[in-house]
Write a protein that binds this ligand. Structure first.
Ligand code: ADP
Ligand code: 5GP
Length: 232
């Protein structure tokens, strides 16, 4: 399972996993009430539902977990997860921190692996979100605020909910690390990363990595607020 602040790279990593190893990984397509971004197709990126439809299906018990994020509903459909598991593949979930906690409860270790994905620095996180061009400046600011809270939450839940922190610097390396972790720590192929394998960090190192990340993210967010305020 992949959890990350918005812009961490979950969607990109999940897509790569499916493309590279379609016989090993299947993706659970979540449901959401948010509007589709350009290029997002219904049933592929998400099942895009109206709020009443989402709520009806939630009442009917169709979700393994569901939560509100930035004013919209998101949820993992039991049918999606079961379909992938029936085909004998690992199911990849792309969820925020509340969902990660709930799914971890439903699939305790070792039935699930929960990775928290962060970019190499908060600055890179903001740059990647900007480059993605899917949110307005106000929405971007809101997501950075949520990201700070999410990284804080993940820091407290390392070892409990999260097995690993994955630094998504070079995509190729990040994908190889996920494959290696899922395959039980074996090298996902290629190797040659020396001591840079972020997925192998000790819990104390992961905690301090996330503490530093939160501190820097707060300072980046404050600067961003100042500059957005100035440009108004
Ligand atoms: P999330 O699903 O966690 O919100 P995305 O997968 O949409 O994040 O990634 C956010 C942006 O960062 C996207 O524009 C994506 O192309 C870019 N990105 C993701 N991983 C990398 C990487 N390793 N190197 C460079 N850019 C990346
Ligand atoms: P986005 O709008 O950027 O696609 O997603 C916003 C946030 O919702 C991301 O952190 C993403 O991981 C999370 N998310 C997507 N699908 C689900 C889901 O099914 N359940 C939960 N809990 N979170 C989800």
């Amino acid at each position: 399972m992949l959890a990350a602040p918005s812009g961490g790279g979950k969607t990109t990593i999940a897509r790569e996993l499916r493309t590279r190893a379609p016989e090993t990984f299947g993706y659970s397509v979540s449901a959401t009430t948010r509007k589709a971004r350009p290029g997002e197709r219904d049933g592929e990126a998400y099942h895009f539902l109206t709020r009443p439809e989402f709520e009806r299906r939630r009442e009917a018990g169709e979700f393994l977990e569901a939560t509100e994020y930035a004013g919209e509903l998101y949820g993992t459909l039991r049918s999606e997860v079961e379909q992938v598991l029936r085909s004998g593949k690992h199911v990849v979930l792309d969820v925020e921190v509340t969902g990660a906690r709930q799914v971890r409860k439903a699939y305790p270790r070792p039935a699930s692996v929960v990775l928290f994905v962060i970019p190499p620095s908060p600055r890179v996180l903001i740059e990647r979100l900007r480059k993605r061009r899917t949110e307005s400046e106000a929405e971007l600011s809101r997501r950075i605020g949520i990201a700070t809270h999410e990284v804080e939450t993940a820091r407290r839940e390392i070892g409990d909910v999260y097995d690993r922190v994955l630094v998504n610097d070079d995509l190729e390396t990040a994908v190889r690390e996920v494959i290696a972790v899922v395959q039980g720590g074996r090298d996902g192929g290629g190797g040659g990363d020396g001591g840079r394998d972020a997925a192998q960090r000790a819990p104390a190192d992961m905690t301090s990595l996330l503490s530093d990340f939160v501190r820097q993210l707060r300072s980046e967010a404050a600067q961003l607020k100042q500059s957005t305020g100035r440009s108004r």
